[in-house]
Design a protein around this ligand. Structure first.
Ligand code: IMP
Ligand code: MG
Length: 253
């Protein structure tokens, strides 16, 4: 792999440490933004964060009674993505970028991220050329492992050879999906691969994988909204919310 390939376990640079001035009461402790794995943790939402009461926001009526609370309101998501775009441009905005959106959950994040990247690029001295492609993943579960992964859709991945690839994913849980995807893509010898994930989940099942750019670190909860689904439901919800037991039961397959 070229000298520009991603360093594993990195989460952006110290400069990407988010400023949380102006955002009320989100339980993020400065002390948690510690240097770990050689870089800063993403914006961390603590386990005891109670969330926002659903009555504070509007959301589709067909989900009334199915949600526990709002974990991250839509406005904060979009504001945070703007900052991620700035960090990404600062790090890799000197080269042309191939954005690889992991469907379906990554489509909202990818759309908003690309919009912000375009805005920054348009207003800077050097216009960065961006191409966007979309893939879906199908994993082979041999003995519950996800070592093999089938990539569906997208252009012929051999076109990634020599390119600077930015993978855009919705959430990293155990990290196994992303690790499998990375090893599939590395075969095509891109010049650089970076991973941006909107969410990183704190789970004891984590294999330690960390994206290069992460929007929020969240507790080990199942979340929906902003294109994240539960059995294909809730993608049409703007805020990232925690689903309740009634919702899980109602949309169980
Ligand atoms: P991992 O392999 O455990 O990292 O799982 C990552 C994939 O599982 C993501 O790309 C999501 O599609 C899905 N996923 C994990 N957690 C959630 C969640 O809380 N809500 C919706 N999808 C999730
Ligand atoms: Mg995903």
């Amino acid at each position: 792999m070229g000298s520009q390939t991603r360093s594993s376990l990195s989460l952006g640079t110290p400069q990407s440490q988010p400023s949380h001035s102006g955002y009320p009461r989100i339980s993020i402790l400065e002390s948690n933004l510690v240097l770990r794995y050689g870089c800063w943790l993403p914006w961390k939402i603590m386990d005891d964060w109670p969330g926002y009461d659903l009555s504070l926001f509007t959301y589709p009526q067909h989900y009334y009674g199915d949600l526990e609370y709002v974990l991250i309101p839509h406005g904060i998501i979009v504001d945070r993505i703007e900052r991620l775009a700035k960090d990404i441009m600062k790090d890799i905005g000197y080269c042309d970028i191939m954005v690889l959106c992991v469907l379906k959950g990554g489509y909202k994040f990818c759309a908003d991220l690309v919009e912000h990247l375009k805005n920054i690029s348009r207003n800077s001295d050097r216009f960065v050329s961006m191409k966007v492609d979309f893939i879906r993943l199908k994993s082979y579960r041999n003995d519950q492992s996800m070592d093999e992964m089938q990539i569906i859709g997208g252009e012929d991945l051999s076109t990634l050879a020599g390119k600077n690839v930015l993978i855009v994913e919705d959430v990293v849980g155990t990290g196994r999906t992303m690790k499998a995807l990375l090893s599939s893509i590395e075969k095509y010898k891109p010049n650089m691969i970076k991973v941006a994930s909107l969410l990183v989940k704190r789970t004891p099942r984590s294999d330690g994988f960390r994206p290069d750019y992460a929007g929020f670190e969240i507790p080990n909860l199942f979340v929906v909204g902003y294109a994240l689904d539960y059995n294909e439901y809730f993608r049409d919800l703007n805020h990232i919310c925690v689903i309740n037991e009634h919702g899980k039961e109602k949309y169980r397959v």
